[in-house]
Design a protein around this ligand. Sequence first.
Ligand code: FAD
Ligand code: FES
Length: 259
Amino acid sequence: MNIPKITKILDIQNEAKNVKTITFKYPNKSKPGQFFMIWIPGVDEIPMSVSYLDKDIKEITFKKIGDATSALYKLKKGDRIGVRGPYGNGFQPKGKQVLFVGGGTGIATIAPAVEHTVKNKNKATVIIGAKTKDELFFEDRLKKCGAKILVSTDDGSKGFKGFVTDLAQDILKKENIDSIMTCGPEQMMKTLLTYSNNIYFQASLERYMKCALGICGQCCIGEGLRVCMDGPIFDGETLKNVTDFGVYRRDSAGRKVRF
Ligand SMILES: Cc1cc2nc3c(=O)[nH]c(=O)nc-3n(C[C@H](O)[C@H](O)[C@H](O)COP(=O)(O)OP(=O)(O)OC[C@H]3O[C@@H](n4cnc5c(N)ncnc54)[C@H](O)[C@@H]3O)c2cc1C
Ligand code: FES
């Protein structure tokens, strides 16, 4: 599990502007919210959430932003990548009615948990937020699975005009939500936590990762929590005591970088 398994890319799909999904064979058991370390030969190894999971087939969905994701973006069907994992804990929604909030590519991390919730005969309301409509994806996929979908864009080009957190606050007032699951920009998740009151809350965090095995300490937050092992999903009560949450992350050299 901790040595990259070389696997062939079976399919590639364009999802939105600069966002692609890669499908590959990887028979390991995975849970919604877990992640893989993806090795792009000759370039880098980076963490990526599982965006679709079946027994043998897995998918990752990513945005082209730097060297590794740009190299991944250029790969073609039949090319090879290395995969190790899955790592991390996974989402654990509580109750019958779950609110999922995905900001930007965060919806890729959330999608399998939405499908799992509906499959377990619970209700899923999903808010997909992006800066503009060209950056939205997974709306049709999640509608098809039976979830209620709401869209928000900062510029109002589709759905609610404004921040995803404003729409979430509205839903929290109107509906009887039992738990909130989120992934997206950290300041967005921090705002959402302040709106959650006593509703059970889980957020998926991103930190620079090297080993993903709990050894190097690169991904530590708060009082020695390792995002790769203790997370990447943390509940609201834990996050209230993590002073770095929504304030800063660390770069590859361990220096603090403010959000
Ligand atoms: C648990 C987890 C799950 C993730 N899931 C997804 C996903 O499903 N889809 C997606 O698009 N992105 C996801 N990411 C983010 C993704 O790993 C980074 O966007 C990617 O590593 C950027 O690499 P780059 O070389 O293209 O960009 P760079 O220009 O090198 O970096 C751009 C940004 O990515 C961060 N980054 C770079 N290398 C790493 C690394 N080894 N570990 C963590 N962050 C890094 C940098 O800190 C920087 O903020 C996830 C990150 C984590 C920690
Ligand atoms: S990435 Fe090494 S301890 Fe988490």
